[in-house]
Design a protein around this ligand. Structure first.
Ligand code: GLN
Length: 309
């Protein structure tokens, strides 16, 4: 068997130039800060097991992480509940939009941690006496995944809390089902702050690598979560990470990933690398159009597809 291509040999700026010529998709307009995103922002980064990170141009441009935070919230909830989070949130794909107002039939649990209902719950399972402490613990946890101190875009956090009507509805529904402990407003506030965390492609690739490499941050050497937690999270990224586009994603890209409305995608290729791509225009499932294309190209060029032999 020949060994897979060396990620160091890939010209990420050449790949980026090819992507820039691709048009299509629309930028999310749920809050003004997202609507104002530059549609031509386009960046890629690869974080490797030896701690090096390969980047294209613009890999240091900050953006709010949005739903790409969900795998990390799930990881922190698993740690802080000693695995009990697995009983409190489902792990089945929904085939529905990320913000569908729907819980698992029969149990009243959120269907999985990668849709909004699930992430509202996992964020609320992170340890902390009240919303401020919980948000502080989330910020520390996300920073450990990133290997640097992450900041929150306060405007984004404020607007998402204020304008996230569907998230408020989901939180109330979960309260009514007895699934959510904190008040609906506190749950939305904590989740909104997590979504408003500022990252860049380089940072997000390191976060993805930490999950891909069994829970150890390749840059800092710190064990952030156990190998078991990392495996559980990456498994659910594989089945649910791209919402109602997860099946199509798995066939075409074959790498566990999480999409987000800021146009970022975080990828975790087990044992191989973490990657991040960002470009704000989205398709109908809320996946970055160029990000999807970039992920297909990375998967092909580096032979990352989980099921290709
Ligand atoms: N903050 C967004 C929301 O909850 C995140 C959604 C996403 O990135 N898909 O609506």
């Amino acid at each position: 068997m020949t060994s897979p291509p060396d990620p160091r040999s890939l010209d990420l700026d050449a790949l980026r130039s090819r992507l820039l010529s691709e048009r299509g998709g629309t930028v999310d307009d749920s809050i003004p800060q997202l609507a104002d995103a530059d549609p031509d922002l386009c960046a890629l980064a690869l974080a490797l097991p030896d701690g090096t990170v390969r980047t294209s141009a613009q890999a240091d441009v900050p953006f709010s992480v949005q739903s790409a935070v969900k795998p990390f919230l799930f990881a922190l909830a698993l740690v802080d509940t000693d695995g009990e989070a697995l009983d409190l949130v489902g792990i089945e794909p929904t085939g529905e939009a990320f913000d569908a107002i729907k819980l698992e039939s029969g149990t009243g649990r959120p269907p999985n941690p990668m849709v909004n209902a699930g992430a509202l719950l996992t964020a609320s399972l992170v340890e902390g006496d009240g919303p401020e402490e919980r948000s502080a613990r989330i910020a520390r946890g996300l920073s450990a995944f990133a290997g640097r101190d992450l900041l929150v875009d306060e405007q984004v956090a404020h607007n998402e809390h204020l304008l996230g009507d569907r998230n408020h509805a989901l939180a109330h529904l979960m309260r009514a089902e007895g699934a959510l402990q904190p008040s609906a407003d506190d749950a939305v506030a904590v989740y909104a702050r997590a979504c408003a965390t500022l990252v860049d492609a380089e940072t997000l690739a390191v976060m993805g690598a930490t999950l891909a490499l069994g829970g150890v941050n390749p840059r800092t050497g710190e064990r952030v979560v156990s190998a078991r937690v990392a495996r559980d999270v990456v498994s659910v990224m594989a089945t649910c990470g791209v919402y109602d586009g997860s099946g199509r994603w798995m066939r075409a890209v074959g790498v566990p990933a999480k999409s987000s409305v800021s146009g970022a995608i975080v990828l975790s290729a087990p044992g191989r690398l973490g990657a991040a791509v960002v470009s704000p225009p989205l398709d109908d499932q809320g996946t970055s159009v160029r990000g999807r294309r970039a992920s297909e190209m990375l998967s092909d060029d580096l032979q990352l597809h989980s099921f290709s032999v």
